[in-house]
Design a binder for this molecule. Sequence first.
Ligand code: UDP
Ligand code: MG
Length: 325
Amino acid sequence: MNGKPILWIIIPCYNEEAVLPITAPQFLKKILDLSAAGLISSRSRVCFVNDGSRDRTWELICQFAKQDEHFIGISQSRNRGHQNAVLAGLMEAKDKCDVTISIDCDGQDDINAMDEMVRKYLDGAEVVYGVRSRRDTDTFFKRFTAEGFYHLMNLLGADIVFNHADYRLISSRVLESFADYHEVNIFLRGMVPLVGFPSATVAYERHERLAGESHYPLSKMLSLAFDGITSLSNKPIRLITGIGMLFSLVSFIGVVWAVVLAFMGSTVAGWASTICIVCLVGGIQLVCLGVIGEYIGKIYMETKARPRYIISERTWAPYERKYHG
Ligand code: UDP
Ligand code: MG
C-alpha cells in the first residue's frame, strides 16, 4: 500500500439539528486522532449525508464545512430513508477515498471502535462489521424483536451478521463491486456479505441517543424487517407452496371421507365443518396472495429502476442558478 489510506466517515442525518453539534466534533476528533496515530491519511473526511431534513441540519453541515476542511456534506433532494442515504454517501465516496466507515449521527454507536476497525482493515480485512456486544440500553421489547429478527433472517436463508446494524467499514474495492448491485430495494446489511471479500468483526457497546428522537418507530422497524426478508430470500414463496400442497392433501382426504360418509348414508347437516374449512382455506389463500403480491410489488419497483438517490447539493460544489439575459 502506498501511503496511508484516506478514510471517509459516512453519516446519514435526518432532522438531527439537536444532536449534530454534539457529535460532529467527536467525529472530527476521531479523524484527527487516527491520522495523528499514523493509521489514516490527514486527507480523510467526515461526510454527512443530509437525507432531506426539514430542520436546520443542512445549514449546520454547511457551517461545519466552512469551519473545517475535514467536514464535507452532500444533500439528498428529498427524504429517502436511512438505507438510501447511506448508499448515496458510499457511492459518492468510493472513487474519492480508500476506505469508508458508515455510522449513525446520534452517538449511539461507540466511535472508539473505529480504531480497531481501521487496524483490521490494515491487517487485510476489506469489510469490518461493528457488532453490538450488549443491548442493555434497549428496552426488553426492542431487544427481543431485534434479536428475533436476526434469527428469523438466518432461518430464511439471508446471510446476515448477528447484532450488526449499519456501523461498518467497507473498502473502496468492495464498494466498486457493490456498485454493480443495481437493485432498488436495498437492505445493506444483507447485501454487503453477498459481495464477499475477507471480513472481520469488531464488538462495541451501544449507548443511548445523545439528543433528539429515534426515527425508527415499531412500524418502520417492521417494514425494514419485511423488506429485508423479501429482498434477500425466496423462502417465503417456497413455504407457501409447501403449505398449499399440505392443505391440498388434507382437503383431498377430507373429500374422500365426506364421500364415504355420504354413501354410508350417515351425513348430517355439516354446517360447522364446512364453515371451518372455508374460513381456514380462505385465510391461508389470502396470506399467500399477500406474500406473493409483496414479491410482485418488488419486481414492479425493480423494473422501473428509478434512481436510488438524488444528490441535490454538495458542500464543495453548491448549486447555483443559471440566469439568462
Ligand atoms: N436517518 C436517515 N433518514 C431517515 C431516518 C433516519 O438518514 O429517514 C438517519 C438518522 O439521522 C440516524 C440514523 O439514520 O443517523 C439512524 O436513525 P435513528 O437513530 O433515528 O434510528 P435508531 O437508532 O433509533 O434505530
Ligand atoms: Mg439511533
